[in-house]
Structure formats: C-alpha cells, structure tokens
Design a protein around this ligand. Structure first.
Ligand SMILES: *Cc1c(COP(=O)(O)O)cnc(C)c1O
Ligand code: SF4
Length: 352
C-alpha cells in the first residue's frame, strides 16, 4: 500500500528535486491572522512575488481574492506551484480569455425562473442565498458572479425564491450553493433550513460548501445546530488536494459527522493540483479517512482565464481508470462534465 501518511499533516510533502527554486534566501513567512483580500496583502504575507503585485491588483478588480488563515497555513512558503497556493493565488495569466471560455459556462442564467434559483432538472433545484465564499478559487466556474460584496439575496428576493419552491411540487431536493451557504450566520442559516424543512414536498436538503476545508473554524456547534432538520440532509464538501484535510478541517468534519450529517466530496480535476495518479489517490483516501464519500470529480468548466488548470478528458479518463482496483470502491467518484448550454452533468466518456 502506498504510504500517504505525509498528506495527513499540514506540512507539505517534499517535492521531487528540481521542481522548485532554491528557497535558501527566503525569510520565514509572517503568520496570517486574518483573510488576505488584496495583492498587497498577499505580497506582505510572502505569498505573491512583488513583481506580480500590479498585474494581480488589476485582476482583483474583476475577480475577488480571499485566502483564509487556515488556507495560508497550508501553503508551501512562497512557491506558486504548490498545489494549495495554485488554487488561490492569482496569476497574471488570468487576464487572458480564450475563445472557448465563457462567462456563464454552466449556463445558470437561462435556467433561472426566479432570482437565486437554478432549475436544470425536473426534480431538483439550486438555491443560491449569497455569492460570498471563504476563499476565491482561481478556477471557479462562477467567478464572474461570486465575490464578497455581491449576491446576498434581499429579504424579499429570498422570500420569492422560497415561494417558488413552495409552488413547485415536482422539486424533491434543494441544493443550497452560491457562493458558500455556510458563510451565512448560524441564525440566518437556521432560519433558512427551517423554512425549507417546512415545505412538505421537499424530501432532501443538500448544501455544497468549501468551508469545512477552507475555513474550518466556522463549523461551530452553533453552525452545526443550524443545519438540524427532519429531512434527509447531505453536505457536499469541495476539496481538491489531500493536504486540505488539516487537523482543524478534520475536527470540523468530525463535528458534522457526529451530528448525523452525511458527508460527500466533490473535486475539480486541476492541472498542477491533482492531475497525477498519486495526488488523486491521496485526495480520495484523505476524504474517506475523514468520512467523506467522494461523489463527483468535475471536468473543469471553461470560465474566463482558467486555461492553466485544464486537463483534457482523455488524460482525465486515464487517471480515473487507474484508481479502479487500486483504491477502495468507496473512493471512486463519478467523473462528470457539464454539457455546454446547460444540459446538466454527464459522465465523461472517451470521445474518440
Ligand atoms: C449540479 C447541479 C445539480 C445537482 O446535480 P446532481 O447530479 O444531483 O448532484 C442540480 N441542479 C443544477 C442546476 C446543477 O448544476
Ligand atoms: S468556493 Fe466554490 S463558488 Fe466559491 S470561489 Fe471556490 S469554486 Fe467558486
């Protein structure tokens, strides 16, 4: 059995020789005590080369930056190729939009019957109560929409979205997403869970969140209590690398598990983050150890400026096939891609 023990720790595993520049002259990084939200913050924390500051500051006008202390602590000192840093530290290449990249790659807009709702399937719908996240991932498929000051539904808009759900009896499952629903205060989240729990035709409530790995300190007893419901409840955690499962994240997941929350995992296949047999194996093994069942491995959606993360489907299929038999059947997510134009998720198959 391969030894994946190094991935249990916050410390980065040693990289093969020659994959990073000599760091001998680097001063120790200052400890990060609050979320980093600008190019200047990243430079001050030793997580962005000063030479890139102006280009990244210009990018930040379009795509929000946020790196929580928990995430900063996982980054290999100043190395932009570190698989954690690569997910969150902006790169000037993001200013380039390729011809096949689009602002709404999953086509949410045409499937929005009322603000905050996306319905692509007969029996389930998304509800996006806010568009803020604990971190802003550089590959995000909703990067044109998410951000710290956008997208909180007003009281009236949220009431209208709930009214739509109440009036649409075919919907059996509501998926709270955003943004990140666990950014709501426990009071607000508890209120929303209560309203949804009171809709008789809803059988399943689901939350999609990056909080348990990106800002695990938010998973307090109060937050867990807010998720309490008589409906079937699933929490799908977004994580892309084994090292995201820090000790603090483990504690957050254990707390959710103790409260009876069923934990699922979703990941995006990302160049330079998890595009190797070893990285995927370590990721899915880490999920299972933390009681998270890998559910989906997503093919990257082509949002603007995300080309550096692309892995083509043929390579993805080879990587996924390599897991079969080698790791537990529980560790095999479905490898899916969003059909262009909003047709929904389908399994990635050999296009040849
Ligand atoms: C991804 C998605 C869902 C959930 O799909 P599952 O396959 O059930 O996980 C539901 N609605 C929309 C609009 C989606 O994009
Ligand atoms: S947490 Fe999700 S929605 Fe938020 S920036 Fe990352 S990928 Fe996008």
């Amino acid at each position: 059995m391969p030894d994946d023990a190094p991935f249990r720790h916050a410390l980065p595993p040693a990289l093969p020789a020659g994959t990073r520049p000599a760091l001998a002259a680097e001063p120790p990084r200052p400890e990060v005590t609050r979320s980093l939200r600008s190019a200047a913050d990243l430079v001050a924390a030793g997580l962005l080369e000063p030479a890139k500051q102006d280009a990244v500051a210009a990018l930040a006008e379009r795509y929000a930056i946020s790196v929580t202390p928990a995430v900063a602590a996982l980054m290999d000192s100043g190395d932009p190729a570190d698989p954690i840093a690569r997910q969150y530290i902006p790169d000037p290449a993001e200013a380039v939009t390729l011809p096949d990249e689009t602002e709404d790659p999953t086509a949410d807009a045409p499937f929005t019957p009322v603000k905050g709702i996306v319905r692509r399937y007969p029996d389930r719908a998304l509800l996006k109560p806010l568009l803020a996240c604990p971190v802003y991932c550089r590959f995000c498929f909703r990067r044109e929409a998410v951000g710290p000051d956008g997208g909180l539904l007003t009281e009236a808009e949220l009431e209208a979205a709930i009214a739509w759900l109440e009036a649409t009896p075919e919907i059996r499952e509501v998926i709270l997403t955003g943004g990140d629903p666990l950014m709501l205060s426990p009071r607000r989240l508890g209120w929303l869970m209560g309203r949804l729990s009171a809709i008789p035709h809803l059988e399943i409530l689901r939350v999609h969140s990056r909080v348990p790995v990106a800002d695990p300190g938010r998973v307090t007893e109060a937050l867990v209590a807010a998720l309490e419901t008589e409906k079937a409840f699933y929490l799908c955690v977004h994580a892309n690398h084994a090292r995201e499962f820090s000790d603090k994240s483990a504690e957050a997941l254990r707390r959710l598990n103790r409260a009876g929350v069923v934990l699922l995992g979703q990941s995006v296949l990302l160049r330079g983050v998890n595009d190797s047999p070893e990285a995927l194996e370590a990721l899915f093994r880490a999920m299972l150890r933390h009681r998270v069942k890998p559910y989906y491995l997503h093919q990257l959606d082509k949002a603007p400026g995300t080309a550096r993360f692309r892995v083509d489907a043929a390579e993805g299929l080879r990587l996924v096939a390599g897991l079969r038999g080698k790791v537990s059947g529980l560790a095999q997510p479905d490898y899916v891609v969003e059909t262009p134009g909003g047709g929904g998720k389908v399994l990635v198959r050999d296009q040849a």
